[in-house]
Structure formats: C-alpha cells, structure tokens
Ligand binder design. Structure first.
Ligand SMILES: Cc1ncc(COP(=O)(O)O)c(C=O)c1O
Length: 435
C-alpha cells in the first residue's frame, strides 16, 4: 500500500520505482537533506565531507552565501527571461565579465543549461563556421549525454550501447594516458597519440574536412587522465596547420579546478572554442560555449537557440561565483591545498601495493587502484574503499573505464583542516584494503 504522504526516507528507498533506471541505480543514493559549505547532511543527521562537490559543480562548496544571495536577489526581480526576447541584465554582465578572463581571447558566449548543451553548441559552431563536417575526439573522453555530446563520448561503451546510430562525422584518436601506455616515457606516449591523428588524416579523413578537435584538457569521467606537457600545444599546432578549430571542453576543469581559472591557462594553450558548465554558477544550471567574436559572428542568426539557457538567476549566481573566486584568492588556495593533498597521496602510494598511480593538478586529483604487483585495474578495491570512506563520513566517487580510479575534488575553498581530515579518512580506508 503506497502512503499518501511518504517521508523522504520512504521515497529514497523506492527511488527505483520513481526515477529512470540509468539514474536510480547509481551509487550511493544518500538521503541528503541539506548541504552547507564542504558538508552534506543526511536525514539521520550524519555529516559527510563532500569530495565530489556535486560532480564538480560546487567549486565554492554548497550554498555559498554570496552566490545564494545573488540568486535570491535576481529571483525577486525576474526568474525567467528568454535571451533575445527580453535579454536579462545578468546574462549580459556575465558575458562582459567572463570576456575579461577567458583563454584564447574568447569574448562572445552562447549560454545554455548544461555541459552537454555547451558541447553540442560548440560542435554546431565549429561545423557552421568551417563548413567542414569532421570532429576528432579522443578515446576515453566524456562530453555529455545528449546525442551530439554522446557522439564524441567514449569513456565507456556502456554509455553508448543500445542507442546508436550516433551523429556521423566523428573520429577518434588516442588520448595520451601515461600510466596505461606501453610507451617508455610520457613524451613517447604523447607522440603515439599524435601519430594516431596523422593516421586518421592519412587513412580516414583528410584534415581539410575536419572542423575541430574536441578535447578535455584533463579527462574527467574517463579517469582523471592528465596529458603529458606539450601535447595540447601540439594539438594547437596541428589545428593551426590545417585550419581546424581547437575546442576545449572545460566543463569539469573550469573555474579554478586545476589551480588556474581555466585548464587552458594551466597548460598554456589557446583554444578557439571553450565549453563551460558545472562550476560556472556553483550549482545553478548553466552552460556556455565561448569563442572570439570573429568566430562567433560567423554563426548565422537563428541557427541555434534556447528557452532557458542564460537564465537570469543562473547568470547572477555565475557572476557572483566569479567574483568570489577572484576576491577570495581561491586559485592560490586550490594550488596550495592540492599540492598538500598530492603529497599526502604520494606518500600513501609508498605504503600500499594497490595504489598504482597518483596524479593531480590543482584540486583535481585521483588515485588509480591496481592488483598488487601489476597494473591490472582493481575496481573491487575501489568499491570497498569508497564504502569504507562513506561510513567514515567522506564522499568520493569513482571514474575511469573500469571504475578503477577514485577522484578527489574538494571545493576549491577547502581549508587545511578539511583537507587533512579527508586525507586521513582516505588513507585509513586504503590501508585497510591493502596496506
Ligand atoms: C568534461 C565534461 N563535459 C561535459 C559534461 C556534461 O555535462 P552535463 O552533465 O552538465 O551535461 C561533463 C559532465 O560530467 C563533463 O565532465
């Protein structure tokens, strides 16, 4: 008998009957009642340190008071206004402010609602402007779930099965993954990945038919894979050589995650088009596709559009998010806390044979787990460690093709005590599994 007025507890235990299975079977389905700063609180009063940060959307922690106040003030003035009909002031102000800080001189924006939409818009823009069909994406990347974004997504075949055919015109090259490469050095690993592109150009699609390279500067969902230094710059060089656009998907790396405002700055690469979402509005739904005016102005009127994209409330939140990052010196904080955490994780690596690789840039860190004595992925250990951490009040999440990697993404305003507490819980959970 279904209750007429179910409790939250009842609803969460019946989630499989209410939410579509791809979502409802996800882990760990915590009955979170409220969130504040670095912490989540469940309906039993248990507190969790959140090192997933809302899938990387809450870079300033949850319910940041300045961001909430900015959104509230905007809500009182106007909740919705479709851009183009009654363009909101906050949307224009956000474009103005972002234009001052974007890599590659990007100063014009198409605002959508999500990362997938930002990627779709980037694909449309690149094809429209170059009049070329081809998109070269990279094995192991995650760009989202819409039919456009999933056509470029290869982090797991599971995400693609049963729903093909995908968009034509997508080609895939290797993303350099030093830990899993057979190449003897990161430089040679990067070269192998570049050779793949040459092979595509020679055998599959001529470079003159390629509109864009679409790439995450650091692969996120695919395993927090950091490319060797210089690889992104080589992509830039190839793009220039062949008139191809370089699209950086900064949906996960953007807004301070890598210790600079954008990973483009961390790696010293100039994109033509940038995809933004997640951390842009600290939890409010917003995505953006950014490019220089000379590119953006070649995109024909009415060839793309949106009802909710560039919502005045989300844009007001985004504007305040940007101010907080700048005024509170959070990029330096991300670098300092990230450096401390990376050092702690590296020292753990020496104590546990199941820690295969430790990597990170800024506060975008990960530990890849292996079977002792080899490099075989160890998702079982990951599952056990995640559950043990959760029991001790730390929420982290896996990534990587086999779910063999744990990502650690605290808020970029994390304080030293939180980082030490999280590191201690993580360390104990790993040592209990394989010390
Ligand atoms: C790099 C990257 N691009 C795109 C997306 C898709 O974003 P959304 O889930 O907001 O559509 C994600 C989401 O995880 C992502 O990590």
């Amino acid at each position: 008998m279904k209750p007429d007025q179910p409790t939250f507890e009842y609803l969460i235990t019946h989630r499989e009957d209410l939410l579509a299975p791809p979502l409802a079977q996800d882990w760990p389905n915590l009955p979170i009642e409220r969130a504040e700063g670095a912490y989540l609180y469940d309906c039993y009063g248990k507190r969790f340190l959140d090192w997933l940060s809302g899938f990387g959307a809450c870079n300033l922690g949850h319910n940041h008071p300045r961001v909430v106040a900015a959104a509230q003030a905007q809500m009182e003035r106007m909740v919705h206004a479709p851009v183009g009909v009654s363009t909101p002031e906050s949307t224009l102000r956000l474009a103005w402010e972002l234009g001052k800080v974007m890599p590659g001189g990007a100063d014009m924006f198409f605002f959508g609602n999500s990362g997938s939409e930002a990627v779709d818009a980037a694909i449309k823009l690149a094809r429209y402007v170059t009049k070329r069909p081809g998109i070269i994406a990279f094995i192991g990347s995650f760009h989202g779930r819409t039919m456009g974004a999933i056509s470029a997504t290869t982090s797991k075949a599971r995400y693609r099965s049963g729903m093909s055919p995908y968009l034509p015109g997508f080609y895939f090259a290797r993303f350099p993954y030093p830990f899993r490469s057979k190449a003897p050095s990161p430089e040679e690993c990067a070269q192998e990945a570049l050779d793949d592109i040459d092979r595509l150009f020679e055998h599959v699609i001529a470079p003159q038919e390629v509109a864009a390279f679409l790439v995450e500067p650091v692969q996120g969902e695919g395993g927090y894979v950091i490319p060797p230094p210089g690889w992104l710059n080589e992509l830039r060089r190839l793009a220039d050589q062949h008139g191809i656009m370089l699209i950086l998907d900064e949906v996960q790396t953007g807004f301070g995650r890598t210790g600079e405002l954008f990973a483009a700055q961390t790696f010293g690469v100039e994109p033509d088009i940038v995809c933004l979402a997640k951390g842009i509005a600290n939890g409010f739904p917003l995505g953006a596709t950014a490019a220089r005016a000379d590119i953006m102005k070649a995109w024909g009127p009415a060839s793309h559009g949106t009802t909710f994209g560039g919502s005045p409330v989300s844009c007001a939140a985004a504007l305040e998010t940007l101010h907080v990052i700048q005024e509170e010196n959070l990029l330096a904080n991300a670098r300092a806390r990230g450096g401390y955490l990376l050092e702690g994780l590296r020292s753990l690596q020496g104590k546990s044979p199941i820690v295969g690789d430790v990597r990170g840039v800024g506060l975008m860190l990960a530990v890849e787990f292996v079977q002792p004595g080899g490099k075989q992925p160890n998702p079982t250990a990951v599952g056990n460690i995640l559950n043990r951490m959760l029991a001790n009040g730390l929420l982290c999440y896996p990534c990587g093709h086999w779910a063999q990697t744990i990502r650690l993404i605290p808020a970029i305003n994390a304080d030293q005590a939180q980082v030490e507490a999280g590191l201690e819980i993580f360390t104990q959970a790993v040592l209990a599994e394989g010390g």
